[in-house]
Design a protein. Structure first.
Length: 225
C-alpha cells in the first residue's frame, strides 16, 4: 500500500471463539486493501471498540455470551451513536444457519447482511468490500425472503415517503428490488450519476443509512412490488 493509494478498509472482528477470530484475522490481514484494527470476544466489547477504533466494517458473530450480535448491532446503530460518529460503520453478521431469524433481526437493526461462518476467504473479502460501498451482502431474493417473515404486521407509510418525488419513488422501488445503479439507469432512462443523486436524496429524506435500509424500509411499510 503506497502513501497515495486509498486508505485500507478498517475491520473489527467480533467472535467469542479465539481460534475462529484469529483465522479470520489472518484472512483479512492478507488483503492489501484491508486491515484488522481490533478484536472483541463479546457484544459489549464490540460496542465499546466501535466507538474507540472507528472501524469501517464489523464482522459480528450472532451468538455470543454477555451480549449477542443482534443486541450489539442494535446498540451500534442507536441514533445518538450514529450521530456522534465521524464516519459510517457497516456490520456483517456471521451465523452457522442460512436465513437465520436472528440475522434478519440484526439487518432490521442496521446490519448490511450476513455470511455463513464457513464461507470462503474470497467471499469474505468480497463481502467486506461490498458493504463498505454501502450495498448488501445478500442476493436481493435472499434478502427479501429473510425479511418477509419479519414484517407480517406492516406499519403505515410515513409522511417522509410521501415527500419523495415521482422519480425518487421509481428509483426507491428499483433499489428495493435489489437492482444496481446501472440497471436502474436503464430502467428510468437516466445516467448513473443521476441515479446516485436520486438514491442520496431518498436516503436523506427517509433518514436511512444505505441501500440495505431502503430494502428493509420497503418491507416494513409494505412498499415492495
Amino acid at each position: 500500500m503506497t502513501g497515495t493509494g486509498p486508505a485500507p478498509i478498517r475491520v473489527l472482528l467480533v467472535d467469542d471463539q479465539d481460534l475462529f477470530r484469529e483465522g479470520v484475522a489472518v484472512i483479512v490481514g492478507a488483503q492489501e486493501s484491508m486491515e484488522v484494527v481490533g478484536q472483541a470476544g463479546d457484544g459489549l466489547e464490540a460496542v465499546r471498540l466501535v466507538g474507540e477504533l472507528a472501524p469501517d466494517v464489523v464482522l459480528m458473530d450472532i451468538r455470543m455470551p454477555e451480549m449477542d450480535g443482534v443486541e450489539a448491532t442494535r446498540q451500534i446503530f442507536l441514533p445518538e451513536r450514529v450521530a456522534a460518529r465521524g464516519r459510517p460503520v457497516r456490520v456483517i453478521v456471521l451465523t452457522t444457519f442460512n436465513l437465520d431469524d436472528r440475522a434478519a433481526t440484526a439487518i432490521r437493526h442496521g446490519a448490511s447482511g450476513f455470511l455463513l461462518k464457513d464461507t470462503t476467504p474470497i467471499l469474505l473479502r468480497d463481502a467486506i468490500r461490498t458493504v463498505h460501498a454501502g450495498n448488501a451482502v445478500l442476493a436481493p431474493e435472499d434478502l427479501s425472503t429473510l425479511l418477509e417473515g419479519q414484517f407480517r404486521a406492516q406499519r403505515p407509510v410515513p409522511t417522509s415517503y410521501l415527500g419523495l418525488t415521482e422519480k425518487e419513488r421509481e428509483v426507491f422501488a428499483a433499489v428495493a428490488r435489489g437492482l444496481s445503479n446501472t440497471e436502474i439507469a436503464a430502467l428510468v432512462f437516466a445516467g448513473e450519476s443521476t441515479v446516485k443523486t436520486h438514491v442520496g436524496a431518498i436516503l436523506r429524506k427517509l433518514g436511512l443509512r444505505d441501500r440495505v435500509q431502503i430494502v428493509v424500509f420497503a418491507h416494513e411499510h409494505g412498499l415492495t412490488a
